[in-house]
Design a protein around this ligand. Structure first.
Ligand code: GDP
Ligand code: IMO
Ligand code: MG
Length: 428
């Protein structure tokens, strides 16, 4: 099983970090292919808790080579501080590889991100303010700065000047902000160049060779399917492609080389930031999910919006990603409810709809159609096999599997590495 993709099936924060870390011990490379430090991936190893933003979760597994692919946007200051934070905790980060084609997030990108949100006012997206959107915009506009530009000073100067020519007009004339000096940005970026240099590599060549040699490569998505700029709830999305295709464009590995695509699926639903969310709860159940599930953002500290499981979304994730498996996380959080509502379809303008509507206006007023499933009260956090689960928890998992369109091959019953029930091996 040489290459597999692991991605979020909902709106992010499904538990991707834990799932990646779990497999990390058995894989040779863990590769981030999109997004940047907007991600917040939590990994709990014994009594140690790690919050990773830009680095692949595989960095915590000795023997695994972490890779930042060309599709990722990299804030060099964040990269270096995340690395030194891990080094201080005794984690060896020397194997990291960084694509020379990855785009750099600079201070002007974070500034533009923040002022744009302020300018949008009530219509804001609720971004993480990390400069993600403006950096991808520059990439598509062909005025981006890439990692490799750090090693050609005159090119770097020309590119930063070209980018700021236009951006300064917007900052000064539209947003009433002071213009940003190109020389200052160039100096700052050059200050990172030497420290980053040992990691820079031709990651496309390395990854393709690794797969050809039978090495196991895991592509780790940031964000989630419904935050995808093409397939998500646009414009309330991030600016990259977390869906499976992004693993190809974001690394230079062709789709014929990918064998398995695993969707990480929370046993209920959460979302951070603005945008439609049909099963969102505003009552004590929503509050209970937030408290029991610890649903507070790892990156921005914002409370996550919480709601019941939405099978329409899970089916959609199966479709647009070609999922082969699900990893169901946080089943333990649902312990204690007498009955658990699950959204099986939507009602839109009086009609029952089974698939995610392609029209944004329809999705905005989709009402969930719920089926009630019986709950359980037993502690499931020690369960090691599927049959250790109470009958009603087993039935809940089976019902979700049937509705979602792909087998559930693992179940999370707690945040720790060992709090997982493995049903089918992901690596066989
Ligand atoms: P990611 O962005 O997809 O990596 O997810 P986050 O780290 O933002 O949020 C997931 C949270 O759930 C983290 O606090 C994890 O430690 C925690 N978590 C992951 N899997 C489980 C699980 O099966 N049960 C419980 N209770 N917590 C989990
Ligand atoms: P992980 O990898 C949840 C959301 C933001 C906002 C929108 C756009 O931890 O699952 P951006 O800063 O990307 O331009 O913000 O996307 N968002 C996330 N929500 N988990 C994430 O990452 C997210 N990364 C971005 O809240 O609504
Ligand atoms: Mg997260």
């Amino acid at each position: 099983m040489p290459a597999l993709v692991l991605l979020g099936a909902q709106w992010g924060d499904e538990g991707k970090g834990k799932a990646t870390d779990l497999l990390g011990g058995s894989v040779d490379y863990v590769v981030r292919y999109q997004g940047g430090n907007n991600a917040g991936h939590t990994v709990v190893v014994g009594d140690q808790k790690y919050a990773l933003h830009l680095l692949p979760s595989g960095i915590l597994s000795p023997g695994c080579t972490p890779v930042i692919g060309n599709g990722v946007v990299v804030d060099p200051a964040v990269l270096l501080s995340e690395l030194s934070g891990l080094n201080e905790r005794g984690v060896d980060t020397s194997k990291l590889l960084l694509s020379g084609n990855a785009h750099l997030i600079t201070p002007y990108h974070t500034t533009v991100d923040k002022v744009t949100e302020r300018f949008l006012g009530k219509r804001k997206i609720g971004t993480t303010g990390r400069g993600i959107g403006p950096t991808y915009a520059d990439k598509i506009n062909r005025v981006g700065i890439r990692v490799q530009d750090l090693y050609d000073e005159s090119i770097l100067e020309q590119k930063v000047e070209a980018a700021l020519d236009f951006k300064n007009q917007i900052l000064a004339k539209l947003y009433n902000r002071r213009a940003i000096e190109a020389a200052q940005i160039v100096d700052e970026l050059l200050g990172y160049a030497e420290q980053i240099k040992p990691f820079v590599a031709d990651t496309t060549l390395i990854l393709n060779n690794a797969i050809d040699e039978g090495k196991v490569v895991l592509f780790e998505g940031g964000q989630g399917t419904l935050l995808d700029v093409d397939h998500g709830t646009y414009p309330f999305v991030t600016s990259s492609n977390p869906t499976a295709g992004g693993a190809c464009t974001g690394t230079g590995v062709g789709p014929t080389k990918i064998n398995r695509v695993i969707g990480i699926l929370k046993a209920y639903t959460t979302r951070v930031g603005a945008g439609p969310f049909p099963t969102e709860l505003f009552d004590k159940d929503g509050e209970a999910l937030r408290t029991i599930g610890g649903e507070r953002g790892v990156t921005t500290g914002r409370d996550r919006r919480c709601g019941w499981f939405d099978a329409v979304i899970a089916r959609y994730a199966t479709r647009v990603n070609g999922l082969t498996d699900f990893f169901l996380t946080k089943l333990d959080v649902l312990t204690g409810w007498e009955q658990i509502p699950v959204c099986v379809a939507y009602e839109i303008d009086g009609k029952r709809v089974e698939e995610l509507p392609y029209s944004q206006s329809d999705f905005h007023h989709a009402k969930p159609v719920y089926e009630m499933l019986p709950g359980w009260s037993e502690d499931i956090s020690k369960a090691k096999t599927f049959s250790d689960l109470p009958k009603n928890a087993q039935a809940y998992v089976k019902a979700l599997e049937e509705m979602s369109g792909a087998p559930i091959s693992a179940i999370g019953v707690g945040p720790g590495r060992d709090e997982t029930i493995e049903i089918n091996s992901f690596l066989s």
